[in-house]
Write a protein of this length. Structure first.
Length: 196
């Protein structure tokens, strides 16, 4: 589920606790946790609803001025059903704390390097983790498409791999491109054998 920055700000402030989406089938289910720019959101309920059941109060709880505005903003399509999603912010994105955590022993660093090696071994395009960390270190805040081209890769698979590094707290997204996190710099230094 995608949210505008404005909607996320209202969710974080506790002003919005509903979302409405017209889907062919639900994209989330109760218990789903969504990581967003304002932290982790928990999906508490997902229910199909008729348009006639949507009230102005529901619309305001979803960040709209009224029911008509909310319904006008939904995807059209006879094959789609309107769903009412109840959600709430439950905490900070755990990757943020992970990115800043540099209190790592040599054994911790070795374990991270081993995990990266497993990611390389499972890859259909060969080892990529160290090369991607090096590329981001050398070119922070550069568009993903440009980085992918430098790596000789397609943009979408490249971005998918960078997200895998982000999950481990090694990279962080910027408005444009990426940079290594403090943890990522430490891991890259360890991969380089302590050089630099």
């Amino acid at each position: 589920m995608l949210f505008s920055q404005e909607a996320l700000a209202h969710i974080a402030a506790g002003e919005v606790d509903l979302a409405f989406r017209r889907w062919a089938r639900p994209a989330v289910r109760p218990g789903t946790q969504l990581r967003t720019a304002v932290g982790v959101l928990a999906v508490d309920a997902v229910a199909a609803v008729e348009e006639s059941a949507v009230s102005d109060r529901d619309a305001r709880r979803a960040g709209y001025a009224d029911r008509a505005s909310l319904l006008a903003d939904q995807r059209p399509g006879a094959d789609r059903t309107l769903y009412r999603v109840t959600l709430r912010r439950v905490g900070a994105d755990p990757r943020i704390g992970l990115r800043a955590d540099t209190d790592l022993s040599a054994a911790d660093l070795d374990a991270i390097v081993t995990a990266l090696g497993r990611m390389d071994a499972r890859s259909g395009h060969g080892p990529w983790t160290t090369a991607t960390l090096e590329l981001i270190a050398a070119h922070p805040a550069v568009r993903a498409a440009d980085l992918a081209e430098r790596a000789g890769r397609e943009k979408l698979p490249f971005e998918s791999d960078v997200r895998k590094l982000k999950e481990r707290g090694l990279t962080e997204s910027l408005d444009v491109g990426y940079r290594l996190s403090p943890r990522g710099r430490l891991v890259l230094d360890h991969l380089r054998g302590g050089r630099d």
